[in-house]
Design a protein around this ligand. Sequence first.
Ligand SMILES: NC(=O)c1ccc[n+]([C@@H]2O[C@H](COP(=O)([O-])OP(=O)(O)OC[C@H]3O[C@@H](n4cnc5c(N)ncnc54)[C@H](OP(=O)(O)O)[C@@H]3O)[C@@H](O)[C@H]2O)c1
Length: 350
Amino acid sequence: MSFITFLKKLSVPVITGGFMIAGTTALGLCTVYTDTAIVALVGGGFLVRELIGYAKYNGKEKLNGKTIVITGCNTGIGFETAKDLAFRGGRIIMACRDMARCEAAAQNIKDTVDSNNIVCKKLDLSSFESIRAFCDDFNRTESRLDILINNAGVMMCPKMLTKDGLEMQLGTNHFGHFLLTNLLLDKLKASSPSRIVVVSSRAHLRSKGINFDDINSDNSYDKMKAYAQSKLANVLHVKELAKRLEGTGVTAYSLHPGVVDTELPRHIGVFYNPIVLFLAAPFRYFLFKTASEGAQTTLACALNPAWETVTGKYYSDCKEKEPSAPAQDVDAAKHLWDVSMEITEGKRTF
Ligand SMILES: NC(=O)c1ccc[n+]([C@@H]2O[C@H](COP(=O)([O-])OP(=O)(O)OC[C@H]3O[C@@H](n4cnc5c(N)ncnc54)[C@H](OP(=O)(O)O)[C@@H]3O)[C@@H](O)[C@H]2O)c1
């Protein structure tokens, strides 16, 4: 650690403590000083957040001539990822289910980035038919695929089924992306070196393992457990992909983006109530990453030249991290692959 970094790190607790003492003393001394105390505390809070910062991907790679597919990028982390990669000159295929929202997001990026290389394509990950149609069209019309970013996700929804009768969270977050990835593999191999980036979550730590005995949650459904299981499936998918793609030049990465202020909690009523959202806005700023900050680890996995030959690992805050023990279970990764093949090929239905 350099001396400057050390000083910067040391300054955070010193400044925080300083502001807290100043604020508390002012509050205690006299109510006349209340305004000063509030200003000191709020100003201190902003300064501390600024100093702590969040890991940022600082690479300056350009993507001219490269094609990138990003799922679920009309909003949130996916949108910020698409904007950054468009700024680097990449051809961005925005793969979204709601075309009106997708077109509006694409226009927003075009206005900011001045790019004409942004294309909206319909993709509903909760329908194998939609995924096949997307891939048929992509493989016919696009000459290459350099980076596939499996970003779309649904969290803690009530028990719902995909068009193919699968539990919605595992169905969308894992099975949908599993089929998408397999159908795009030939293009990725032909464009190698190329990358597959899967946006998982730290929530995978809450899953003790894939429940192969009740993979579709037919016997019991717990919305938190189902989300955790789907994010564990993301990490296992990447692990198995890395093994199967050895020697092809296609590498795979899974990641936790951080706790990010996005539309993800849309199914958790209390967190997504407009009044609660308004009142909680200042706390959200201090407690959560912005979507742009949340996109940084995805960008690192998609771009970092130092990781070009690294594959099958899990990342957080732009650094490699160790995932949970169940996420390192090679037998579970292989078994999940086999089950996912059966399900996506229609050999096993629900
Ligand atoms: N936010 C966090 O704190 C956090 C933490 C850990 C991991 N993550 C992961 O980060 C990823 C991005 O989430 P976010 O926070 O940016 O959430 P978000 O703002 O809700 O964005 C989710 C995106 O996924 C799309 N999507 C959902 N179901 C889909 C389907 N069936 N087909 C196609 N697209 C679909 C949504 O499209 P619509 O707008 O049409 O619904 C939206 O574009 C997710 O995989 C999530 O699990 C987020």
